[in-house]
Design a protein around this ligand. Structure first.
Ligand code: SAH
Length: 255
């Protein structure tokens, strides 16, 4: 019986892989990877490594979870080192938790290798800090996938008083999410950022407000991270600074 490594592949930029992830990839006999994994990362594997794409398209499940679990079981019985490579961190909305439970139930040895999650690294690369003294002392991360439909698992009212809200998988429901947040009592003028394909060369940032997103959702394509909160204003300062290489008067000079 082999061992399964649940490995985080980071947000996209291959340089944001961990040293541990690279080491394990180099030794892997099999890699099962997701849609959000940058394929460049697969070049770290050895020549005879078996690479299996098990990604799911949104709304269209290429492989149901049961099938992925079945493959994990089969490969773990045939090979020593099986890597389950997931975008970002394997335990943040990646079904890594379910896979770990499945492996444990079947008595298959496994190890979790954390990754750099998109929820913090994508805003960071767009110049948006999730916390900022005097502006944001708390943040929450939530899935936007369940804003619609029958399985309404998210109660948006619970995010009324969180300073910064990060929504993953929220592109499709962005208008509805903004409306829910305004209904929950958040300020309609609050800034919102969408960061598409963060940490990659194709990164694109769209800035708006809750009111605007609720009324007329801006054009945004997945994968994108949605950030709601005053920290979004910092994006402009960082961007201006990087463009002009000087700080605006009165900003950043204090302690
Ligand atoms: N386990 C992953 C998240 C999986 S859910 C992690 O820790 O990052 C998939 C969601 O992650 C996408 O819908 C999107 O909201 C976000 N995401 C992942 N990579 C991204 C990227 N490079 N740019 C923007 N959003 C990204």
């Amino acid at each position: 019986m082999g061992k399964v490594y649940l490995v985080g592949a980071g947000p996209g930029d291959p340089e944001l892989l961990t040293l541990k992830a690279v080491k394990i990839l180099k030794e892997a006999d099999v890699v099962l990877y997701d849609r959000l994994v940058n394929e460049e990362i697969l070049s770290f594997t050895k020549g005879d490594c078996i690479k299996v794409y098990v990604g799911k398209e949104e709304g269209r499940h290429t492989l149901p979870q049961e099938e992925i679990n079945r493959l994990l079981l089969r490969y773990a019985r045939l090979y020593d080192r099986v890597v389950r490579l997931k975008g970002g961190d394997p335990f943040i909305f990646g079904r890594g938790g379910e896979e770990a439970l499945f492996l444990a139930r079947h008595g298959i040895p496994f190890e979790v290798v954390p990754g750099v999650s998109s929820f913090h690294s994508v805003p960071a690369c767009a110049g948006i800090p999730l916390t900022l003294r005097g502006v944001s002392s708390s943040f929450a991360v939530v899935t936007g996938h369940e804003a619609n439909g029958k399985r309404k698992a998210v109660d948006w009212r619970s995010f009324k008083d969180v300073d910064t809200l990060v929504v993953l998988m929220g592109v499709r429901n962005r208008g509805k999410i903004a409306k829910e947040l305004i209904d929950a009592g958040r300020d309609p003028e609050e800034p919102v950022a969408f960061v598409e394909r963060g940490t990659t060369e194709d990164q694109r940032v769209v800035i708006s407000t809750l009111k605007e997103v609720a009324k007329d959702p801006p054009e945004v394509y997945p994968p994108a991270v949605m950030v709601v909160g005053r920290v979004v204003e910092v994006h402009h300062i960082v961007k201006d600074f990087l463009e002009n290489l000087k700080l605006p008067e009165g900003i950043g000079h204090g302690r």
